[in-house]
Design a protein around this ligand. Structure first.
Ligand code: FAD
Length: 458
């Protein structure tokens, strides 16, 4: 009887799962394993919203495996140690794992390789699980560079890359009787979870995908920036936890065709672009990708940072976006762009402060996408226009012209009709006094002047 282990990490699904497919094809029995990793808990990366979503994903994965005659084995502790223990308990000859991208995932792979060599077990690392095109599979020709630093040429090459065929979900999974499990955690009892957090798990992910293909994808190009319309896919947490396969999303969107699908595939490519940057430069999680030697404001900005985090900067659109984050653990992309620009450019606060706050709350909080989007906005990353500053009033007029998004998230301004809600400081004093809403933390002209001076732009 041959046994293989499949170690699940950010790939919590049964559909289109190359490691599981390969393990089932080559062994009589398979141990589907997830380790609640002490190292991730210790880094503070396991924020409540992601722990809650993860709990849903693990329960769902367990129940999907049970429907197929198997179960999920959940352990807690040091990941390399727990895998080695399972291998010793079951006599497994292979451990299958999706290739990771972050520095942490790479170290985990190395540690596993070391631990398994001691017990004569092979580690099989599978590409194209967490991204559709593996980082490093396409590189700029003739430059000697190991990754693309500019999106458009990457998109061109990525679009032409061969993608693998999709794998269906297995019909049956035979799991050996022995290995004990602490069982999947439950989201109940996790403190600090956002009240409007979405439900996790592959079933929910597939439902969302079906609804998106039927009702959202076709109009994505024209509606993706409509803040109040909320017309993006909201699939990002499912991509982060791997309850949906990026390869499958690309296949399905390409099959649907049309401008909406093309625009959607382009966004999926942004995700892959950031992953290939991080894979080549793991230090970009913490350090400037392109050094600018910026002297960000620190102590003097403590009050401004708190106002930004709490959604009381006095700029209604910024505040609406930050409150959506607090309430849902998710924020619309247009909100993320504006909120990050406001912190790093208008308030001139270090991007790491904002990235940390986002990671504390975002259910899709992801080292590649979060840190590199923050760097993009800070002008320390891959943006070819590093000094662009988004104006919250102009952005509001463009992307929330009627003010509906602001009224949804900033209820104290709900009595102001139309686009006037974006500039409460223009109301007559008696009217203004009716709304318990703060004055702007800074004038936009003042913020812009400080930014331009700090960057030596005048
Ligand atoms: P859709 O518009 O439906 O797009 C489909 C998918 O494409 C998304 O689910 C996502 O996987 C990918 N995508 C879209 N835009 C981007 C982008 N700019 N960069 C990378 N991938 C993209 N995304 C995360 O997944 N995790 C993060 O931690 C994260 N942090 C961000 C921080 C900042 C400051 C900014 C500006 C953006 C960040 N993004 C992050 C990117 C983007 O905002 C979200 O992916 C998107 O809002 C998720 O909503 P959606 O699934 O409805 O996206």
């Amino acid at each position: 009887m041959t046994v293989s282990v499949v170690l699940f990490t950010s790939d919590l699904r049964l559909h289109d799962h190359p490691p599981l497919h390969s393990a089932l094809a080559s062994a009589d029995e398979v141990v589907p394993l997830f380790v609640l990793d002490d190292a991730i808990e210790d880094t503070g990366f396991a924020a409540p919203n992601r722990r809650a979503f993860l709990a849903d994903c693990l329960r769902d994965l367990d129940s999907g495996l049970r429907d197929r005659g198997g179960r999920l084995v959940v352990r807690r502790g040091d990941v390399a140690e727990e895998v080695r223990r399972i291998v010793s308990e079951t006599g497994a000859g292979d451990v299958h794992l999706a290739a990771g991208v972050s520095g942490y995932a790479r170290r985990r792979e190395e540690r596993l390789r070391g631990a398994l060599a001691d017990v004569d077990c092979r580690l099989r690392v599978h590409d194209a699980v967490i991204t559709a095109v593996p980082p490093g599979a396409v590189t700029p020709s003739g430059t000697g560079r190991d990754h693309f630093a500019v999106f458009t040429p990457y998109f061109r090459r990525w679009s032409g890359a061969q993608s693998r065929a999709l794998f269906g979900a297995p019909r049956t999974v035979r799991v050996p009787a022995g290995p004990g499990s602490v069982g999947p955690p439950s989201r109940a009892g996790i403190p600090g979870v956002s009240p409007g957090l979405a439900e996790g798990g592959e079933i929910q992910g597939r439902r969302s995908l079906t609804a998106w293909r039927r009702h959202g994808l076709g109009r994505y190009e024209e509606r993706h920036d409509d803040l109040a319309g909320d017309a993006t896919s909201r699939l990002s947490p499912h991509l982060h936890f791997g309850t949906l396969s990026p390869t499958e999303l690309v296949h399905r969107a390409r099959a649907a065709g049309g401008p909406g699908a093309e625009a959607f595939v382009r966004q999926l490519c942004w995700r892959e672009f950031h992953h290939q940057v991080l894979a080549a430069r793991p230090s970009a999680a913490r350090s400037d990708y392109r050094s600018r030697h910026d002297r960000w404001r620190t102590e003097s900005a403590a009050g401004d940072i708190a106002a930004w985090q709490e959604g009381r900067t006095g700029y209604p659109l910024v505040d609406a976006a930050m409150r959506q984050l607090l309430h849902e653990g998710w924020m619309h992309n247009r909100g993320r762009l504006l909120a990050s620009s406001f912190l790093v450019k208008t308030l001139y606060v270090d991007w790491r402060v904002g990235a940390r706050h986002f990671l504390d709350l975002l259910v899709d909080g992801d080292i590649a996408n979060n840190q590199l989007n923050w760097q993009w906005m800070a002008g320390t990353g891959t943006d070819s226009r590093p000094n662009r500053v988004l104006n919250p009033v102009l952005q509001a007029k463009r992307y929330d012209p009627d003010g509906a998004y602001v009224r949804r998230w900033v209820p104290e301004l709900a009595g102001i009709d139309g686009g006037a809600v974006h500039e409460p400081w223009k109301l007559r004093a008696e009217e203004r006094a009716r709304y318990a809403y703060p004055e702007p933390v800074i004038g936009l002209a003042e913020g812009l002047a400080r930014f331009r001076e700090a960057r030596g732009l005048d």
